[in-house]
Design a protein around this ligand. Structure first.
Ligand SMILES: Nc1ncnc2c1ncn2[C@@H]1O[C@H](COP(=O)(O)OP(=O)(O)OP(=O)(O)O)[C@@H](O)[C@H]1O
Length: 210
């Protein structure tokens, strides 16, 4: 992946939920080669901000551009978003979930490749059972396997370490570092500190506002 200029730029964003101003006139940018760690207490508005940056919800005011253009198809093509809920259909198997996600995101992947990715995520033998029967950490691994399937410049990951074991955390940190080293960008939030293996981290703090 080549480095890119004029990445994700948010200006003067405001967000109100249930009459509470979560943030007001917040400005933020994410550029090629950056790992940004969004920090803040429960309820500060981290998920709300990530969803706005993804284009999944609208701010009260403010603007967001990707590569100098308002968010649109070009942004969704360049983005992988993994929410704090795994977003895995419990009635479908891991393979079916991935195949469905690939179709939704115009990703071309053979069945062999899907099995290979699930194996890399430690899910050998779990590929063909309904996801509702998988453990929380295994379901998280199915969700995170999207990072192995689609080539996207920006990853926005909301609490991606939830339920992962020590090995899973290390694997994801390595994956994030490799992505950033290759010129990608990661914006993540978590209640657990990143270790040194994730590489250089920039912090963005969101205060809780009453
Ligand atoms: N759709 C909604 N309708 C009403 N209130 C909402 C909605 N979404 C979020 N909120 C409220 O906005 C506040 C911020 O929520 P958000 O999930 O963004 O916080 P967070 O910083 O991600 O918290 P946590 O660390 O607990 O995950 C919370 O008080 C929540 O109740």
């Amino acid at each position: 992946m080549r480095c890119w200029l004029s990445g994700l730029v948010a200006s003067e964003l405001s967000c109100i939920k249930r009459d509470r101003v979560l943030f007001d006139r917040l400005s933020f940018s994410l550029q090629s080669g950056q790992l940004v760690y969004l920090r803040g207490p429960n309820g500060a508005g981290k998920t709300s901000l990530l969803r706005i940056l993804c284009g999944l919800s609208q701010p009260e005011s403010g603007t967001i551009t990707w590569q100098s253009q308002p968010l649109g198809e070009h942004w969704f093509k360049d983005l992988i978003y993994v929410g704090h809920k795994p977003g895995v259909n419990g009635a479908l198997t891991a393979i079916e979930n991935l195949a469905f996600w690939c179709r939704q995101h115009s990703v071309s992947a053979s069945l062999d490749h899907l099995y290979h990715v699930l194996a890399e995520l430690g899910l050998v033998g779990m590929e063909d059972v309904p996801c509702r029967t998988l453990s929380a950490g295994q379901q998280r691994r199915v969700a995170l396997s999207r990072l192995w399937l689609k080539s996207a410049k920006v990853w926005i990951l909301d609490e991606p370490f939830t339920a992962l074991d020590v090995k899973g955390v290390a694997q994801l940190e390595d994956k994030m570092k490799a992505h950033v080293d290759a010129g990608g960008a990661v914006l993540t939030t978590s209640h657990q500190a990143l270790s040194e293996r994730a590489g250089t981290v920039r912090f963005f703090d969101l205060e809780y506002r009453f």
